[in-house]
Design a protein around this ligand. Sequence first.
Ligand SMILES: [Zn+2]
Length: 202
Amino acid sequence: MNEWNIQSRAHACQACQKPFIDKQAYHTLLFDQAEHFSRMDVCSACWQTQFSQGATDRKGFVSYWQGTYQAPPPPPPEPIRKENAESLLRKIIESQDAKYAPAAFILAVMLERKRLLKVKEQFVREGERIFIYEQPATGDAFTIRDPNLQLNQLDTVQREVAHLLEHGLTPMTEVMPSDTGQPEGLTPLEEVPADEAEPVQN
Ligand SMILES: [Zn+2]
């Protein structure tokens, strides 16, 4: 099983395909697909149908929750420059780099304490504890493995997290800078908005 993933909340019912509207109730069914958890978001009417057809008795069903759909906010006018705990966690999960597993877990705990993530479910799989967190605003579900940190590792991991928050992840395609950190003018973590990405004419 891939213990790390983010599954975004759907913007339309995955049974009847009707788009969700702001403040509409949605229902999430979570299934264990051996390789990963898969979620299915449906509207209330389709949830009734799913439920009466025995969706919660289906093989692999592990969890169900209900939420309120929030229409995505318009994109921020300025690109967000500083890495925050959530954006860093997303980048770590996207990197799929196991060396960041302890950092990812600490970030998830930090975000939960700040109520920016909520634990929806926890399981034990092959002796490892797996947490399903939800970001309440976007509805994204994060799957995070508990790395079972020992007390004497906490300090090192917390320092690593602080370093990553300050400097961001080094993109995997890039060679590690030898000593002085990022060369000036190179800001690989900033995303250029699509409308500013066209080449500059001189
Ligand atoms: Zn529906």
